[in-house]
Design a protein around this ligand. Sequence first.
Ligand SMILES: C[S@@+](CC[C@H](N)C(=O)[O-])C[C@H]1O[C@@H](n2cnc3c(N)ncnc32)[C@H](O)[C@@H]1O
Length: 278
Amino acid sequence: MLDERRFFDALLEKIKQERGLDCTQYKPGFLKRRLAVRMRARGVKTYREYMRLLDDAEYEKLFETLTINLSYFFRDASTFKTLREKVLKPLLREKAEFGNRVVRIWSAGCASGEEPYSVAILLYELLGKELKDWRIRILATDLDVGALEKAKKGIYSQFSLKGVNARCVERYFEPLPRGEYALKPEIIKMVKFEQHDLIADPPPRHLDLILCRNVLIYFSRQQQEKLLHAFHQALNKRGYLVIGKTEVLMGAATSLFKPLDLRERIYVKIPVKEMEDA
Ligand SMILES: C[S@@+](CC[C@H](N)C(=O)[O-])C[C@H]1O[C@@H](n2cnc3c(N)ncnc32)[C@H](O)[C@@H]1O
């Protein structure tokens, strides 16, 4: 029994080291039940045995079981609240002060569009009538062409809207027959979707904000570090980075970004000059 507990902790540590996924963010009961599902599927009885089976394919299955691979509007409501208050509001204020009304945002690994559209809704609300005076560029990319096609259509099931309050549903979605909802064209047109491979393709440049949530965990530690360096270069001087709530920045990447809100996994780029002085 004692051994199993030790191996459970060792399993969580292995997942954290290899994929940057902080499983302690999950409720222990939930985590154990989901791990049990995968262990049964693979015909093993102990955490020790399961640890040995964890390769790329098994990680993928585990993420499916933990439902990390799903997306919905305003996923992690508190993150979007903090994003609005601590990132978007100051960013818009600062840009307006300097007369530079251009905002460049990248949703990297956007799946079927719920994340970039949530950001678009926040900006639409924050800017109101002034929106027409701004150039808001929200680029959303993913490897999965099918997901991007769905994103461009902007039609969602009730599940995708589970984090959206009634006022917002009424304002930005049109109910369709068969229980689906169509996102309004004024929000759809704020986001541009493109296929992009985070491992093989260069990132866009001069960004104010990158959201790369629940994607890093799919990559090896080495790939994550390379990608985070690329994000650092892609961001403007004090650009922001948001990662998933269960993800952790690892290794060298911790010297590239400083936390703005650690709980919500929102970081600010440390400019190269400050990195050299440190
Ligand atoms: C769990 S979803 C994240 C969706 C959204 N960011 C969220 O947090 O709700 C992970 C997405 O990463 C995408 N992905 C995986 N590998 C990728 C790669 N090499 N390049 C681009 N996207 C990738 C998948 O296609 C999937 O849509």
